[in-house]
Design a protein around this ligand. Structure first.
Ligand code: C2E
Ligand code: MG
Ligand code: MG
Length: 637
């Protein structure tokens, strides 16, 4: 029977049948699989649409809403059923509507775009959003658009807060130097048009430092706040009182009808500041040295007025303080003589080996390890003794002398640290951080000079970190890239004190942000500072940047910072700057993160007063021999 039904000649036919059946089966499976996949994709898309944290609205080719996800509904405070059918641009505030319309039309023409605008919530406030319009394309046709609304209210608020913080003094809330400079420039511009005078009063407190040192920072802070309040009470709303330094304030009188009015204001300032201040049950008295400069028709720049007020203030101080002094041309003659003298002496200081370097540890709190040091320059002046950088860097920055100093510092510190590295004193990676001034950065041979020093000293470039200012980095990103090509790290120093904008950072090829000390000072007291430091840390993480927080002075500040997640720090709590000769000891003792390194307190100042030999070019030659022998064998694991 089987033989009858099946004949070898039928073999091709059977295979053909079987093949067709298989083909049909496979096609069925493929179609089924395809349908399943399609459904799955649809599900995924639906899920992406529904669960998206950004608001997503689909609109048709007329701009009417077809669908809106829950995030979009939340943003405007309406249900999806209330939204469907409405023109999408209606959700945008009136001022932004025409731009949103244009973006929608562009999307319907196949072009993506993003803009910043606001949407109005039905019941509550406006939300700031980043609105992205993208075409919906099916086949070759644009059939509608997706409008994606990313709520940027919180980010914007923090950005504004950071910018505001960058322009105000954390302690007194007064405008800081940056904002003051801006206001002064505006006032002078307006004056050019209105033919009025502007008066600038520089106020430096007398006897503040001894009270601050003796009675403590809390009392010092209270005194500063009280002075701020008193100064503010003297001026009109249009005028500005700023804190421009530790115990320095500036007052800008927007319109004065001559010197007499400015003198009267200065007299009042001297009187209100000298009135006793009671704090902590004790009565304290500080004074004010006030320098006055009134704009004249031939004034060339705001800097000129600042210079005049500064010079006059210095004269008031020189005469014993508690008084005011009006700028005059004669002061210029005397003042410039003094600056010239310092400048001339500073020029010779490098040759005479009067400059020396100290190193402040940079600590990884998480890893309980000193990960590097920052080189800081000191000048042992033949008459004035130890001078800190703020006494002479500004003078050096007035000319190319700063480049000479910076280059000396770089070369000297590379030599110092290279020798310690060669001795195996520190665990690597260990970073040497060196400051470079903005004026030096601007010079045309800047990168070549750095390269030359790194090559000559044979310092491992990957262990070198160069600290530049926000204005340097922002002003010439290309130069930053050139610098990076040397293999070094680039850090932004004093981050947050300039006109910092978070957005410019992402375009800059830098590695590290050094958060300015003023943020740390405010951490305990000012919730805004906490938010800002948190934002900086988050931002840095997003941009893959390291953060070093400067100026940690006590365990409370450290605890605040650790709560926020910061780990790399620098500050007196861990160690004041010390000469290179002390580094082996410092590194071998390590860091106790709970106790800091207070035993290194004052070493630098004490050393200077006792007249330790300047480090000069042979810093390591004065490292005790016992240390040299000890180093390789006692290296920490
Ligand atoms: P910087 O680069 O921000 O250096 C940190 C300054 O903060 C140092 O002051 C350091 O001693 C001080 N500091 C560190 N921790 C604490 C702390 O916990 N509390 C307090 N109150 N201060 C702390 P220093 O050495 O007086 O230097 C001041 C500035 O002078 C430096 O600020 C830097 O801008 C400039 N500078 C120092 N050395 C050089 C240099 O070689 N070249 C250039 N161009 N500038 C330099
Ligand atoms: Mg620095
Ligand atoms: Mg700094």
């Amino acid at each position: 029977m089987t033989d009858m039904l099946w004949h070898p000649a039928m073999l091709p036919l059977s295979f053909g049948l079987l093949g067709s059946m298989l083909f049909v089966w496979r096609t069925y499976i493929r179609l089924h699989e395809g349908k399943r996949q399609l459904e799955r994709q649809r599900e995924e898309h639906r899920s992406l649409f529904q669960n998206n944290v950004d608001g997503v609205v689909a609109v048709d080719s007329e701009g009417a809403i077809l669908m809106a996800n829950p995030a979009a509904c939340d943003l405007v405070g309406l249900g999806e059923d209330e939204l469907v059918g409405r023109p999408f641009p209606d959700l945008i505030v009136e001022e932004g509507r025409s731009r949103a319309n244009a973006a929608l039309e562009a999307a319907l023409g196949g072009i993506h775009s993003t803009l910043e605008t606001e949407v109005q919530h039905l019941e509550s406030e406006l939300s700031e959003v980043e609105l992205t319009s993208v075409p919906i394309v099916i086949g070759d046709d644009v059939v509608g658009a997706y409008e994606i609304l990313r709520d940027s209210t919180e980010r914007k608020r923090l950005e504004r807060e950071l910018e505001d913080r960058a322009l105000h003094d954390y302690l007194t809330g007064l405008p800081n130097r940056a904002l003051f400079s801006d206001r002064l420039a505006h006032a002078l511009n307006r004056r050019r048009r209105d033919a009025e005078s502007v008066a600038l009063l520089y106020v430096d407190l007398d006897r503040f430092k001894p009270i601050n040192d003796r009675a403590g920072h809390k009392v010092g802070d209270h005194l500063l706040c009280e002075v701020a309040t008193r100064l503010k009470s003297l001026v009109r709303d249009a005028d500005t009182v700023a804190r421009i330094g530790g115990d320095e304030f500036a007052v800008l009188l927007e319109t004065v009808d001559g010197e007499a009015q400015a003198l009267a204001a200065a007299e009042r300032i001297v009187a209100v500041v000298r009135a006793p201040i009671i704090t902590g049950g004790e009565e304290h008295q500080v004074g004010a040295s006030v320098g006055i400069a009134v704009s004249t028709e031939d004034l060339e720049s705001p800097e000129e007025l600042v210079h005049q007020a500064d010079l006059a203030m210095y004269e008031a101080k020189r005469r014993g303080g508690f008084q005011f002094k009006l700028y005059s041309h004669e002061l210029e003659q005397e003042g410039s003589g003094w600056a010239d003298q310092i400048e001339g002496q500073l020029r010779r200081a490098v040759e005479k080996e009067e400059l020396e370097l100290v190193y402040q540890p940079i600590v990884d709190v998480g890893g309980s390890r000193i990960v590097g040091v920052e080189a800081l320059v000191r000048w042992t002046h033949p008459e004035h003794g130890l001078l800190m950088p703020n006494a002479f860097i500004a003078v050096a920055e007035k000319s190319s002398l700063i480049a000479e100093i910076d280059r000396w510092v770089l070369e000297q510190s590379c030599n110092d640290i290279k020798r310690l590295l060669d001795f195996g004193v520190m665990d690597t990676p260990f970073c040497l951080s060196v400051n470079l001034s903005a004026r030096h950065f601007d010079e045309s041979d800047f990168v070549d000079a750095i390269e030359d020093i790194v090559r000559r000293t044979r310092f491992p470039s990957n262990l070198l970190q160069l600290e530049i200012t926000e204005s340097s980095a922002g002003g010439d990103p290309e130069k930053v890239r050139e610098l990076k090509q040397l293999g070094v790290k680039v850090a932004i120093d004093d981050f947050g004190t300039g006109y910092s904008s978070l957005s410019y950072l992402k375009d800059l090829d830098v590695d590290v942000l050094k958060v300015d000390r003023s943020f740390v000072l405010a951490l305990g007291a000012d919730p805004a500072s906490v938010a800002i430091v948190r934002t900086i840390l988050t931002l840095a993480e997003m941009l893959n940047l390291e953060v070093i927080v400067e100026g940690i002075e006590d365990p409370v500040q450290l605890a605040h910072l650790e709560d926020l997640g910061g780990s790399l720090v620098q500050g007196f709590f861990f160690g004041r700057p010390v000469p290179a000769t002390d580094l082996p000891n410092l590194l071998s003792n390590g860091i106790d993160v709970t106790k800091g390194r207070v035993h290194h307190d004052e070493k630098e100042e004490v050393g200077a007063v006792r007249g330790l030999p300047p480090l000069g070019a042979s810093a390591l030659s004065i490292i005790p021999k016992s240390h040299r022998k000890w180093k390789p064998g006692r290296r920490r694991p």
